[in-house]
Design a protein around this ligand. Structure first.
Ligand code: AMP
Length: 427
């Protein structure tokens, strides 16, 4: 089978890595891919949002299955377009992907189907949003309604900061049209976890739990990023919580979407806050997490392809998933300045030595191949991932590999996985 993976980040590198292992896959393309993906599969220079260009490519090359990584093409309707033309494609269609592309839609869905989440209100007017903030008090959270590359959420310790956030989003349009509406919501406390599942619109098949690290610096300080690292499993998700999340969040969401006439096929990703009352949903995403895919796929046993096919065919109930006992940790190496401005085109040294270490896989995110050298080409550059018999060993292996890689300005968090260690030590 010929597969096309859409996207070019660490998540897509993990996807191409996993799919290439399928005995039924003869060829993998990736559009646009990156410097590391190009080393093992054929990269095609079509942007992930050029959905018509991707369709032409898939038709010309007779691609048997297209797997979509990022949210933007899903919310543009790549799945609808491919299906109209009779092509097989894995991912949520445009109306299902609204669970991610509109925070107002997903909050209203949660309210209607009683899925636990922070209290909230949606506003089209800045004045009304500010009035509500005064009424509710701080701390409070201000979110741009639309897609803002993970940056449209502002946590506000004071009312003055919340007012400022509303002005930035709605008046100054810091995130463009994503800020036509805002969601104002309760500030939740607890520990975050990511819960991802495959679904065919009816059956929900959960993946191993994981935890992302959004803030740029150690101890969760600094501005939010796309994610500075992740690990799996996340010990905060006990067996009991796992069951609660399935019963209170995942299954009612998939059922709710079906009842709304938005059959949900693909990946349902719940970003959760585990607080004193149990799990509450921070957000839903309609795709694999990045970086979470990077520690999750190396732990997944068996072939990914039949699971993707079963999601599309509605036969997921016939499948199960098994996970390696080993833990996996992914540390993101980022460009100097990220999540703000950063330089590109800086040569990266030490990649081969790092990749040779036991249990280590170096997934590429923002890299490019230039004159046979791998150079930086984005904010998050690499996802240095390691499997280990314990979380402690996985962490040690990942950081040993990180320390073998160098490029000017490189930075990473030094505490990826620490929360899991602390939990283990307490237990
Ligand atoms: P989101 O894109 O909605 O997941 O938000 C990005 C990050 O902001 C989350 O991973 C949390 O760290 C934080 N966040 C979002 N909503 C809330 C909330 N209601 N209370 C506390 N933190 C939040």
């Amino acid at each position: 089978m010929k597969i096309l993976v859409v996207g070019g980040g660490g998540r897509e590198h993990a996807l191409t890595w996993k799919l290439s292992q399928s005995p039924r896959v003869s060829k993998v393309f990736c559009a646009p891919g990156n410097g590391g993906i190009c080393e093992s599969v054929e990269c095609v220079s079509i942007d992930a949002t050029d959905i018509k260009g991707l369709l032409r490519f898939a038709e010309t090359k007779e691609v048997d299955l297209t797997v979509v990584g990022p949210e933007a093409p899903l919310s543009m309707g790549i799945v609808d377009l491919f299906e109209e033309k009779g092509l097989k494609v894995f991912g949520a269609d445009r109306r299902a992907a609204e669970i991610e592309s509109s925070k107002a839609f997903s909050k209203n869905l949660m309210k209607k189907y009683r899925i636990p989440t922070a209290w909230y209100q949606v506003f089209d007017s800045a004045d009304e949003a500010i009035r509500y903030i005064h009424e509710m008090g701080a701390p409070i959270v201000v979110k741009a309604d639309g897609l803002a590359a993970g940056k449209g959420v502002i946590l506000c310790p004071t009312v003055a900061e919340a007012e400022e956030a509303v002005k930035m989003i709605m008046v100054d349009r810091l995130f463009g049209d994503a800020g036509k509406r805002v969601v104002i919501e309760e500030f939740l406390v607890g520990e975050e976890a990511s819960f991802l599942a495959f679904t065919d619109g009816e059956t929900v098949l959960p993946m191993a739990s994981s935890q992302d690290h959004k803030p740029a610096y150690d101890d969760d300080l600094g501005p939010n990023t796309g994610g500075m690292g992740a690990y799996s499993p996340a010990p905060v998700i006990t067996d009991e919580l796992h069951q609660r999340i399935m019963d209170e969040v995942m299954i009612p969401t998939v059922r709710g979407m079906a009842a709304e006439g938005r059959l949900y096929k693909g990946i349902l990703y719940a970003g959760l806050m585990i607080g004193p009352d149990g799990p509450k949903v921070l957000e839903f995403n309609a795709r694999f997490g990045d970086p979470e895919a990077q520690p999750i796929f190396p732990r997944m046993e068996g072939d990914l392809l039949p699971i993707l096919e079963a999601c599309m065919d509605g036969t997921l109930s016939r499948h199960t998933l098994t996970w390696k006992k080993e833990a996996a940790v992914c540390v993101v190496l980022a460009s100097g300045g990220y999540p703000g401005r950063y330089k590109k085109g800086i040569p990266i040294e030490g990649l081969d030595t790092a990749a040779d270490q036991e249990g280590v896989i170096v997934f590429h995110a923002g890299t490019a191949l230039e004159e046979k050298r791998i150079v930086t080409a984005g904010g998050r550059v690499l996802g240095v991932t390691a499997l280990g018999p314990t979380i402690r060993e996985a962490i040690e292996r990942a950081y040993r590999a990180v320390d073998m890689i160098s490029f000017e300005g490189a930075h990473c968090r030094r505490d990826i996985g620490r929360k899991a260690l602390q939990r283990e030590e307490k237990a």
